[in-house]
Design a binder for this molecule. Structure first.
Ligand code: TXA
Ligand code: MG
Length: 342
């Protein structure tokens, strides 16, 4: 398949919208990471996303909308049935990097939700993403636009690296500002529960809602993660967010996290890098210091860049697991397969 490179011009966004409407796949920028979009209401189109990514079919998609009016057809019982607390979350953080899980309507095909009776909904802030959704005239199901298991793409060139020849088009747009995926919060129960930590922290969400927000306990389990290529995983570890049980964010190089202050980190990293070199392996060192914002913005792009340069080992300084640091560490720990030097 030829993958078309589209720009953000009016004419190209219109073409991209037409492609989505006719059941094709188009990758596009959002403020978090690039998404791989298809018409969320078209089961065949959504199936082809799983194929293009090599994604296990029990891992549900996030459905993207551009206007609040888009909620009604997705949520069971329509807009009136959306809980007050969920509306408050939308008012506080939409458009933006927050994904809200609600009971799904019958309009949403079950392939879109990986067979679940809930649907994940997000209204992105990125202008190109919003123009595309409007041009398509339909909600867009979009996982991150990487091959399953790889770091998420935060630049158009990263998308091409994984998806060239596998999808119909890529909108060549800006680099993603946030750099890690949206926060996924389950609002189907009494207490809002974060299933995937992201840019919006539990603290920020709790403050905006004036209520307790908890993290799903599976986030604290350091389970062995299944290879996405093995298909639907049937192990003991079945978190509420099915995506969390698969191996994720893994560059070709192996990744090791190192805890400690700058000085200790440097000493240990240099020692390990020297050892690796003796074994004929090239090691790179990444230190974001205590800057969670910068780490979020650069982590995935850095890992992809180091892969391109042929590194075998990436040594990363761990950051404090507070606020945004908790979300960044969630990605770093998975990249490293929980290999941490204390
Ligand atoms: O920032 C983002 O969220 C990006 C951009 C493109 O919007 N999208 C993204 O999608 O990260 P994806 O497919 O890579 O991750 C979606 C996550 C997975 O962990 C999935 O299991 C979870 O959301 N999820 C989706 N629908 C769900 C549902 N109904 N219940 C529980 N978890 C759900
Ligand atoms: Mg993903």
């Amino acid at each position: 398949m030829q993958t078309r490179r589209l720009t953000t011009s009016e004419a190209d966004i219109r073409s991209a919208g037409e492609l989505i409407r006719s059941g094709r796949l188009v990758a596009f920028p959002t403020e978090t990471v690039y998404g791989l979009g298809a018409d969320a209401t078209n089961a065949e189109a959504v199936k082809s996303i799983y194929a293009a990514k090599g994604r296990p079919s029990d891992n549900p998609m996030i459905v993207h909308i551009a206007e609040i009016s888009g909620l009604s057809e997705l949520v069971k019982g329509g807009y009136e049935a959306v809980p007050e607390l969920a509306l408050d979350a939308m008012k506080a953080f939409w458009p933006g990097p927050l994904t809200i899980i609600l009971p799904k309507s019958d309009e949403v095909p079950s392939v879109t939700t990986g067979g679940l009776n809930t649907v994940a909904i997000r209204m992105p802030e990125n202008e190109t993403a919003r123009r595309l959704i409007a041009a398509a005239g339909t909600p867009i199901a979009a996982p991150s636009a990487n091959l399953s298991g790889k770091p998420s793409p935060t630049r158009d060139t990263d998308v091409l690296e994984d998806m060239d020849g596998r999808i119909d088009a890529v909108i060549m747009g800006e680099d993603c500002n946030v750099g890690i995926e949206s926060t996924v919060v389950d609002m189907t129960g009494e207490v809002p529960t974060i299933l995937r930590p992201g840019f919006i922290t539990a603290e920020a969400l709790g403050e905006a809602l004036g209520t307790e927000v908890i993290y799903d306990e599976s986030l604290f389990d350091k389970h062995e993660l299944a290879e996405p290529s093995e298909g639907v995983s049937e192990g003991d570890f079945q978190p509420k967010s099915p995506g969390m049980k698969y191996k994720h964010y893994s560059p070709n190089a192996s990744v090791k996290l190192i805890e400690g202050d700058n000085k200790k980190f440097e000493a240990v990293a240099l020692e390990l890098a020297k050892q690796a070199l003796q074994e004929g392996r090239k090691a790179a060192i990444l230190n974001y210091e205590e800057d969670a914002r910068a780490a979020a913005h650069k982590l995935f792009a850095d890992m992809r860049e180091l892969d391109r340069q042929g590194y075998d080992l990436i040594l990363i300084r761990a950051i404090d697991e507070v606020g945004l640091g908790f979300s960044v560490m969630n990605r770093m720990l998975k990249s490293a397969g929980y290999d941490v030097v204390e």
